[in-house]
Design a protein around this ligand. Structure first.
Ligand code: FAD
Length: 475
């Protein structure tokens, strides 16, 4: 019985639940839908689309070794997905379609429509848990609700992990050859500019590249993760987020690599491993939030009362933030890292997000959208979660009165100014004291060609406090 594997954000053959299920049931063909209109509507970054295409090319080669042809179909958006998939099924006599679950509101709607459309034609639909360690709905409060507090969520995740670790699925074995040929993978998609070769070289495509990165991190760095992860000048974090977001790597593979570095323990022993596993659980938490509280998928604040914040319309300040010319070195260096590499260090994501939403008092949705348009690891759940955390509008968010000061953050997490010097060569001549706050040098000594701060930090802090205090939030 012919099976169809529909690849989406799971671009790998190793430890791929849906692929293994499909291939265990019969001869399998694979499909990927190129949907530029949908991607535009989701603000998917050109570098991310390019990363998908490069990984698809690798995936196609890996599938060919299993004698699974990969078909590519293009349609404008997901409204057309049911008909396009049904047509492929009819052409190739497919009796069942397999896919791994995705959790955004549009993704869920798309899958329900595809399943219903296929059912009318007697084609079975199977969706599988794969992108997460725990199925949304399986980690709940005593009263049966979704958790809103990460530490409580994590505690229940630990209980589940103690009972049974999510296992990896076996790599499928090659099936008998089929006469059907794979389609060519597009090199580019209209509307998505090709990123620079320099950016591409930072993120090599394919499962092998992802596996090597994971192994190197687990062998050499994970033990230092707790102490080094907040310092953007160090290679302290795994930089696996683009691979996890595109599904070139699974969270189970990450979990098992971490456990192997800590004698099978995840909540005791090596502090670096424990901290890293906790980050994987943040990823998990925000995806569960997406399912439990779908309003966050609709650009709504998690905490409804914060919808009333009087955000400022300040297009020039927004543009300065976007282009890395705010006059605050740590902010500008971080934004340049984003623009040039498609990625930003987590500590910096928090600093720039807090600066935009508190010091500039600009709506977090502006920042969320800009990040999505530039991140190679852009992921609705994590991005929305991170922005709403920073803006104090989200679940388990930073309290509104705890506003990061970008200069003290810079002094603390880039003490030598190495990160700033790398991204802002115009400040390279400043010593490690002045580099965090060149404006303090005064007119004559301020470095030429670098702007003065666009905002006064203490006055803008007071303005943000007042804006939130007016909502009547408890301190
Ligand atoms: P590591 O520190 O090595 O962590 C391992 C993995 O855990 C990451 O690859 C990621 O999958 C997951 N993870 C780590 N921290 C978080 C977190 N706070 N929330 C959710 N998952 C996490 N992450 C994204 O993957 N996509 C996004 O679009 C995204 N947008 C963000 C926006 C803001 C404003 C903030 C504050 C954070 C955002 N994050 C996002 C979370 C985090 O910054 C990145 O996951 C991390 O920087 C990726 O680097 P890494 O792979 O080296 O992470």
């Amino acid at each position: 019985m012919q099976q169809l594997m529909w690849f989406r954000s799971d671009l790998r053959i190793d430890d791929n639940t849906a692929l293994s299920q499909a291939m265990s049931r019969g001869s399998t063909i694979a499909l990927y839908l190129v949907t530029p209109g949908q991607w535009q509507r989701h603000d998917d970054a050109p570098c991310k689309v390019d990363f998908w295409l490069r990984n698809l090319a690798q995936l196609s080669r890996a599938l060919a070794a299993l004698n699974v042809p990969l078909l590519i179909r293009q349609c404008e958006d997901w409204n057309q997905a049911p008909a396009v998939i049904a047509e492929v099924c009819h052409q190739h006599n497919v009796c069942a379609v397999h896919a791994n679950e995705e959790y955004g509101i549009n993704e869920s709607l798309r899958d329900r429509c595809v399943a219903a459309y296929l059912a009318q034609q007697d084609i079975a639909w199977h969706s599988h848990l794969d992108q997460l360690l725990f199925k949304p709905g399986s980690i709940l409060t005593r009263s049966g609700g979704y958790f809103q507090v990460y530490s409580q969520f994590r505690k229940v995740c630990y209980e589940h992990l103690h009972m049974a670790l999510p296992g990896r699925v076996a790599r499928p074995v090659a099936q008998a050859p089929t006469p059907l040929a794979s389609d060519a993978i597009p090199q580019a998609v209209d509307g998505f500019a090709m990123p620079s070769e320099q950016l591409r070289s930072l993120w090599p495509a394919g499962e092998e590249a992802a596996r090597q990165r994971l192994e190197r991190f687990a062998d050499e760095q994970i033990g230092y993760y707790k102490d080094e992860r907040d310092f953007p000048a160090l290679p302290g974090t795994s930089q696996l987020s683009p691979y996890l977001a595109a599904g070139v790597l699974s969270p189970r593979q990450c979990l098992h690599a971490a456990l192997a570095a800590n004698r099978g323990e995840f909540d005791s022993g090596n502090a670096g491993v424990v901290t890293w596993v906790n980050e994987l659980l943040w990823r998990e938490f925000y995806k569960h939030i997406l399912v439990g509280y779908p309003r966050v998928s609709r650009h709504r604040a998690f905490r409804p009362e914060t919808e009333a914040v009087a955000w400022r319309r300040a297009p020039e300040e927004l543009a300065a933030w976007q282009q890395g010319r705010t006059g605050l070195p740590i902010i500008d260096a971080a934004m340049r890292q984003l623009l040039e590499t498609g990625w930003m260090h987590n500590r910096l994501r928090m600093i720039v997000a807090m600066f935009l939403t508190k010091n500039l008092l600009i709506d977090w949705r502006e920042g969320e959208r800009f990040f999505m348009r530039h991140l190679i690891d852009g992921d609705l759940a994590a991005n929305n979660g991170g922005w709403q955390w920073s803006a104090s509008t989200g679940t388990d968010a930073a309290p509104y009165f705890r506003i990061f000061n970008p200069i003290s953050q810079s002094q603390k997490f880039d003490p030598e100014g190495r990160f700033i010097r790398h991204w802002l060569p115009e400040l390279a001549g400043l010593n490690k004291r002045d580099i965090h706050d060149p404006a303090s040098l005064g007119g004559l000594f301020a470095p030429a060609g670098y702007p003065r701060p666009i905002v006064d930090l203490s006055r803008s802090r007071e303005r943000a406090l007042a804006a939130f205090r007016n909502l009547g939030q408890e301190v």
